[in-house]
Design a protein around this ligand. Sequence first.
Ligand code: ARG
Length: 460
Amino acid sequence: MSTLWHGRFEGGPAQELMAFTVSLPFDQRLAADDIVGSRAHVRGLCRAGILSEVERDAVLAALDAVAAELQAGTFEFVPSDEDIHTAVERRVTELAGPAGAKLHTGRSRNDQVATDLRLFTRRELGAIAARIVTLQETLLDRARDAGDAYLPGYTHLQRAQPVLLAHHLLAHGWALARDLDRLHDTIGRLDISPLGAGALAGSSLPLDPAGTAADLGFAGVFDNSLDAVSDRDFVAEALFDLALVGVHLSRLAEEVILWSTDEFGFLRLDDAYSTGSSMLPQKKNPDIAELTRGKTGRLIGNLTGLLAMLKGLPLAYNRDLQEDKEPLFDSLDTVALALAAMTGLLASSTFNLDVMAVAADAPTSTATDLAEHLVAGGVPFRDAHAIVGALVRRSLDEGIALRELVAASPDLGPDALGLLDRGVAVRRRTTPGGAGPAAVAPQMEAFERTVIAARASVRE
Ligand code: ARG
């Protein structure tokens, strides 16, 4: 078996070595980016006078042929192809002969793989961003459709105060807006070309890293060759961003799971987005939401695994770094699928608005309004809180309707009864950013503007 390093070695590698160290099964995914990087490198070598124009064109044509073979599935890998970089270079040399053998001049797989992975991550995070915007658009549509419908808002998963359903849905939308910001920040920071750093120290050849950086559309070029080949901050950031998207989806999923129980009854899942039971004929299960919640554990694991892998590495490249790819690929795939599934689930499910309203109209959820009514009349809030708290306790202990106790209360009286009417409490949440219709209307407009801008930013 002929390796890239066979000159220095007597005999071929052990079978166990190859079995343990190959990355081809997963890094094939970088093939298209590897070819893009190689094209830029070849053009750079020509500009530097290392390749003639004829040689450059021969290598570029071979790279095109390799791209076509990979695309068509006709590319034949051989056992010595330990990674995608080796495979592409081998085939280019087969096709272009001596000119092909010049492809790797002034380059190491260390700057090559870092370049490939940055190109790949830049594009893939952009694709995730687009999917996030689609989910935001769905949340916005559902929030608009919800109109003035309301449900109990919860703290400690205990009913607290009524909130508009639109307000609740948009809360998830704003979390996703922060996720988008983070992805764009990560993309901005990773947009640096490591090509030209070589194995670790640059080159004696007159390479121009800035030229290949511009050719590849990178916003900048590395300042330090050691850093360029060993930096995987962008993978760690991407994994954190994706883990947090997962955490946000998981919290939304948890509500879908709760809301679709008979106990809550707020949400009915569409048949196409739920599953049945093999034994219990009546069951309709929220598997999408459960797997979104479950797979978030993997997303967090991918982040912590990568950080643990990185923490002990001396400069510069170490083979440990090969372990950056599988968690990245896995997190990208997991989040892409979860976003699509949760978007479909939300778009197709039915909100049981009557059930929500009945739950929110429980008289006790107006307790804060009763206290604030007393405050408006000059009672200190702490005293008002105690007065209303005592009424609630009596109502629960003695089974007397709160309404009766309010009417009979010397502090509150019949004037306060209107506060207990259906739908009144939520309309009173009027402060900016609050949960009532008057405050949600401008919030909805602001969110719509945010989503329109986000859509434009992912289309660029
Ligand atoms: N497959 C390797 C990786 O993913 C490519 C770089 C190998 N470099 C080396 N010096 N062995 O990291």
